[in-house]
Design a protein around this ligand. Structure first.
Ligand SMILES: [Zn+2]
Ligand SMILES: [Zn+2]
Length: 181
């Protein structure tokens, strides 16, 4: 389910992002951006694995601090669908929303419903000055629909995830064959 919505950014462009954020370009910072260019909406674990594959050993703490710095510098966006670990993406600066699969947690972008913040106008603002409406649509992705004979699509967007994932079959007991030479 690897469907980056933008073409892979060349390293030069990624290094430019780091510099524009006022940070020094380092291998880890570039590695994190490369990982996110490859896989939008990756969680920190996924980014850590990817950076390790690129650079060899790197401490999770280092990757976490790079991600936090990038989010602070607004070159990376963090989204937190209910019940999921935080997900990171390079698509920043617009007001896009997300659709999340209840079964496999696949996440995809949905362009802003209205086109600009805060996108939705509530019936009542309670005196708050609104600047954002973060919309998460929940449903079942095409792959999961195909994998199920009777998909049950969500009737309307909700802000909470399904209560329980479908039951899974238990793990198979390890089939160990004893080898007598
Ligand atoms: Zn799915
Ligand atoms: Zn997104």
């Amino acid at each position: 389910m690897d469907r980056p919505h933008s073409p892979l950014e060349p390293d030069d462009a990624l290094a430019g992002l780091v510099r524009r954020a006022g940070l020094r370009v380092t291998a880890t910072r570039l590695g994190v951006l490369r990982a996110l260019a490859k896989r939008p909406h990756a969680d920190a674990e996924t980014v850590i694995e990817d950076v390790r594959a690129q650079l060899g050993s790197v401490s999770p703490q280092t990757v976490y601090s790079v991600l936090t710095a990038f989010v602070g510098a607004r070159i990376v966006r963090r989204i937190e669908p209910a019940g999921s670990p935080a997900l990171y993406e390079l698509r920043v600066g617009d007001n896009h929303h997300h659709v999340v699969c209840r079964r496999c947690r696949a996440t995809a972008d949905i362009d802003c419903v209205v086109g600009e913040r805060p996108c939705l106008t509530p019936s009542e603002t309670r005196g708050y000055l609104l600047d954002e409406a973060e919309v998460t649509f929940w449903g079942v992705c095409p792959a999961c629909q195909e994998a199920t004979e009777h998909p049950r699509a969500a009737p309307h967007p909700k802000t909470t995830p399904a209560a329980d994932p479908p039951p899974r079959t238990g793990p198979h007991p390890a089939a160990e064959e004893e080898c007598h030479a």
